[in-house]
Design a protein around this ligand. Structure first.
Ligand code: SLL
Length: 267
């Protein structure tokens, strides 16, 4: 690896949201016919991927992704090169679930070592409740197992910091000229203006934004986050209520014990 260039930007932590996971679909004559040559015992087609939130480009920080599949699959270690704005992904067919090792290789400017994530390929909806199982379905027959993750870069080297932040400026600020680059690094240079775009969900390129609301196929948003917070708050209220009930019960029993002891002492 090339030696790092420039100084580290002290006290700065940059994070970039991304999504990884699998999407599977059972073979079915009408909607997902088995292609010729696919073995008899294969029941599903599936895809494993790593991509930007709301499909924004992530190749400015992620260079390559290696997917390590189950050894029963021919050529089970596959390296995928980044293509601007496209997900890192591969599709396969099979019959069983297994753990996929996803190794992330960063752009050389980052001087970051590769990191590995693990993901369980799901072919069948899984959950404690029907609601949880249903949440794994997309458009009826697809089984999705997707995770939201944040890649953190601590004190990035100056040139890499510039790469990370050079697009994250609203078009108005870019057109108006001058600073206001938000997380530092100044405004975008002329040549970077073409990356100053928003995704369909309103996410600015090269930013840490996530969409405000969900769209089909884009479940990770502030809306989802608020829903999760609400669920956690409700769970907390339940736990507090249970704690209170248990405490009342304990106090009642302690009083009864005291009364019995007092009664016994008198007798
Ligand atoms: C299981 N532990 O027993 C897992 C292993 C392996 C899945 C699952 C083969 C694909 C191919 C395939 O689907 N392997 O032959 O190309 O459930």
């Amino acid at each position: 690896m090339a030696p790092p260039t420039g100084k580290r930007v002290k006290g700065v932590q940059i994070f970039r949201p991304f999504v990884y996971g699998t999407t599977a679909k059972p073979f079915d004559e009408k909607t997902n016919p088995k292609p010729p040559g696919v073995p008899e015992d294969h029941t599903h087609s599936w895809t494993v991927f790593v991509k930007g939130i709301d499909d924004v480009d992530i190749t400015y920080w992620l260079r390559r992704v290696q997917f390590k599949l189950h050894e029963s699959i021919p050529n089970h270690v596959r390296m995928m090169e980044g293509e601007k704005g496209k997900p890192f992904q591969l599709s396969e067919t099979g019959w069983g679930e297994f753990e996929i090792a996803i190794k992330l290789y960063y752009v050389p400017e980052s001087s970051e070592k590769p990191q590995t994530l693990y993901h369980h390929l799901r072919l069948h909806p899984f959950g404690r409740t029907d609601e949880e199982k249903e949440a794994m379905r997309l458009n009826g027959s697809q089984v999705i197992s997707w995770s939201y993750e944040e890649q953190i870069f601590n004190e990035p080297y100056e040139p890499f910091h510039e790469i990370l932040t050079s697009g994250a400026v609203p078009p108005s600020a870019a057109a108006g000229g001058g600073g206001g680059g938000g997380g530092g690094g100044g405004g975008p240079k002329q040549k970077d203006r073409d990356v100053t775009r928003r995704s369909e969900g309103g996410v600015l390129e090269r930013s840490a934004m996530i969409p405000l609301a969900n769209r089909p196929g884009q479940p990770f948003s502030r809306e989802t986050e608020q829903l999760e917070i609400k669920k956690l708050k409700e769970a907390l209220v339940k736990v507090e209520e249970l704690t209170r009930k248990t405490r009342d019960e304990m106090e009642r029993k302690e009083k009864r014990l005291r009364d019995l002891k007092a009664g016994a002492a008198k007798a």
